[in-house]
Write a protein that binds this ligand. Sequence first.
Ligand SMILES: [Zn+2]
Length: 151
Amino acid sequence: MEPHGKIWKLLGEIPDPEIPAINLVELGVVRKIEGEESNLEITITPTYTGCPAKQLFNDLIKEKLEENGYKNFSITSTLYPAWTTDWLSEETKQKLMDEGISPPVAGDRVITCPHCGSTDTKMVSRFGTTPCQSFHTCNSCSEPFNYFKCH
Ligand SMILES: [Zn+2]
């Protein structure tokens, strides 16, 4: 069994506060789990520097570990290397699409409509449902959608 497999599994049960369909491990927020079970060291990278969920990630992880009997652990937040959308697996990107959220693309160049797959889209607002998302409409199917902004 992978070291800390149990902890990875536990943290994988924590839904992202903003996009509950995906969890903190899928999102790439949980970077490293080190140390002994009696003294865990967890490293996280927030998805977005201005993201209000940043403190929430800490709280959610703390709560999850405490619920499961872990008492001694530290949670370190690091911005280096910066979170990148490359950390999202294809499966996670698909989950975002299923939620009607266009998954992030490096450089925010081509934004695909999660409803019909068209790249003929336009931004309506820099902020979507949450500050980490922007709001768009699709010129092909006219449906509105959120786009998960890049770091
Ligand atoms: Zn569309």
